[in-house]
Ligand binder design. Structure first.
Ligand code: COA
Length: 301
């Protein structure tokens, strides 16, 4: 008998996380990430149990944690021995019903290019490719750089300087809208933006603001990804201050800071169409690791 239930008990959460790690060992989900994401708007994590044995898991949430988004970000994983028995479809149906309940009109999912089973599964459920992201990484030991800043700009660590957050958010309202993406984000209202970018997994000491006088004109946030790796979550520069080396200086400060505290690898993801960010990363020495296919499909329940 197949049962699909919310992953809420300690035992079910452990099973959910172990399934994610088994299906994609390079990108497991930490317990810390599971807990942090429980408060994302629309979030539901479910476990599929076949005859008492955990067989698969799925989650759904409003995309970008935006409480007004009608796009439901979903993820479905089934352990290899349990595939081709309809378990993934049942999981997808369960999260689709939940998404419909919060007013979702489409589902959105991400898969590694080599995850052929997963991509075929989403295609069979009406999803089509809407974009591709590049995953790049930098080994901090391999770079020899000094943190500097363009004339008139001061790069400061966020740390406990909460007074910088409003200025960062003002830049985010322009920058997020300008990130090339299949479903462009709008900066959600401040509390949600803050929850997403400056929540418990953000590393404030390695996140920086670029100041021109008192004004924040750019920012870069580093945090611990679902897998536990350290990643660049967002870099943004005010529209009228782009092309002056501000993003490069912000990232240099992050790389130097990360290296100083012993972080060996920094990871980031960019839409293939994000020429400016890709150029910054390439100049700093980030090298391609893999690509992600982004797919979107109907909520057919
Ligand atoms: C990406 C972004 C942060 C770059 O900020 P910035 O301060 O302008 O970056 P820099 O000045 O340090 O460097 C930009 C580099 O990209 C290049 N560049 C900019 N636009 C480009 C374009 N359309 N095509 C090719 N290269 C481009 C610049 O020439 C420069 O390279 P160079 O020094 O070799 O000339 C800024 O464009 C932005 O806020 N975009 C929206 C938010 C975003 O996409 N963030 C990344 C999310 S993953």
């Amino acid at each position: 008998m197949l049962e699909i239930r919310p992953a809420e008990s300690e035992e079910d959460i452990a099973a959910f996380l172990s399934i994610r790690g088994a299906v994609d060992p390079d990108f497991p989900m930490t317990r810390e990430a599971f807990d942090a994401e429980r408060t994302t708007p629309g979030r539901l994590g479910v476990l599929a149990v076949l005859d008492g044995e955990p067989a698969g898991g799925a989650f759904v949430e409003r995309q970008y944690g935006d409480p007004t988004s009608t796009t439901a970000g979903v993820s479905v994983r089934v352990l290899e021995p349990f595939r081709r028995r309809g378990i993934g479809s049942k999981l997808l149906e369960r999260v689709a019903r939940h998404a419909k309940g919060f007013g979702g009109v489409e589902m959105y999912a991400v898969a590694r290019t080599e995850a052929v089973d997963l991509i075929a599964f989403y295609s069979a459920h009406g999803f089509t490719e809407v974009g591709r992201m590049q995953d790049v990484a930098l080994s901090t030991a391999d770079v020899d750089l000094v943190a500097d800043a363009p004339p008139g700009i001061e790069i400061v660590a966020l740390g406990d300087r909460e007074e910088l957050e409003a200025g960062m958010y003002a830049v985010a309202q322009q920058a997020e809208a300008d990130v090339p993406a299949a479903r462009p984000a709008e900066a959600a209202p401040f509390p949600y933006w803050r929850r997403r970018y400056l929540g418990p997994l953000a590393i404030r000491e390695l996140s920086f603001a670029a100041l021109e006088g008192e004004d924040v004109v750019g920012y870069a946030i580093l945090g611990r990804d679902d897998s536990g790796e350290v990643g660049h979550w967002m870099t943004g520069v005010r529209r009228d201050r782009r092309g002056r080396g501000i993003a490069t200086a912000l990232k240099r400060a992050q790389i130097a800071g990360a290296r100083d505290v012993g972080i060996e690898t920094l990871r980031t993801q960019n839409d293939l169409a994000n020429t400016a960010m890709r150029r910054v990363n390439e100049k700093l020495g980030y090298r391609p690791r893999l690509e992600w296919v982004h797919v979107a499909g109907p909520i057919a329940v």
